[in-house]
Design a protein around this ligand. Sequence first.
Ligand code: ADP
Length: 287
Amino acid sequence: MKSVSELLRVGPGPVDLSAIDPRGTPGLPGRKSDPKAWSRTALDELGPHLGDLQQRLYAEAKKTGSRRRVLLVLQAMDCGGKDGTITRVVGELNPLGLRIVGFGPPTAEELSHHFLWRIRNALPPDGYVGIFNRSHYEDVLVVRVHGLVPARTWRARYDQINRFEQGLIEDGVTLVKVMLHISYEEQGQRLLERLDDPTKYWKYNPADVNERERWAQYQQAYADALTRCSTPVAPWYVVPADRKWYRNWAVAHLLKEALEGLDLAYPEPDFDVAGERRRLLASIPHK
Ligand code: ADP
């Protein structure tokens, strides 16, 4: 049976997003009468395992000086569900070993540096799981669609990103790059929901509707970024995301498979366990 990573990985070669069904559920065990409830329970059950894997990663770095860490890069069209994924999936992890960073429009200071400067500054420390809520890929997505830099500048960035990511991997980072793939219709529904519910007004940004008008340009920019930057060492995964319960289940599995691939073991004690037990017992007064 194929792993979720194998099923959702894209490339090498041209990526055609229109061929990937945003309502699909690849890898979800079949014949469930209620796949929604099933996948939610499965995710609840996966939580402690994810937490244990994360703790091993953390312990390894603390005790052995290992530089290994995991970085989940989340990209999506507006309303694609990045925030919901972080709450539901990443919420299963221990905040002590987590670094979550969101990337908005660059500040004046960030703009005065190379586009990867702010990304380097946001990398997870050794032993951590890092989450990028948007990432360096915005510099070949929104930047391209809005023509914020000349075409030759953003075109050169694909190779720069590949070299940068290769360096990260050599430095102990396991990259999990995920595009949450929603349909145009679903985005429309989710925007409408924000207008239907006063507790969601704060999420509504009129500018999102302007961006929606550029849907096709964004899809093209995504397809090109995935085609150019899905490499054997740092592949892209496209997660069908119209169904939130599948999206959460799939991202949790991508994270699980990445962590399991590290073959993490708790570090051996660097002290004499039996001797320490004797010493400690001797210090505890008998009742
Ligand atoms: P989100 O939509 O991720 O929940 P925001 O509403 O704060 O968060 O949106 C962040 C905005 O910042 C997005 O519109 C995104 O396109 C923009 N952005 C991110 N990185 C860049 C960049 N490098 N250049 C220009 N705009 C960017």
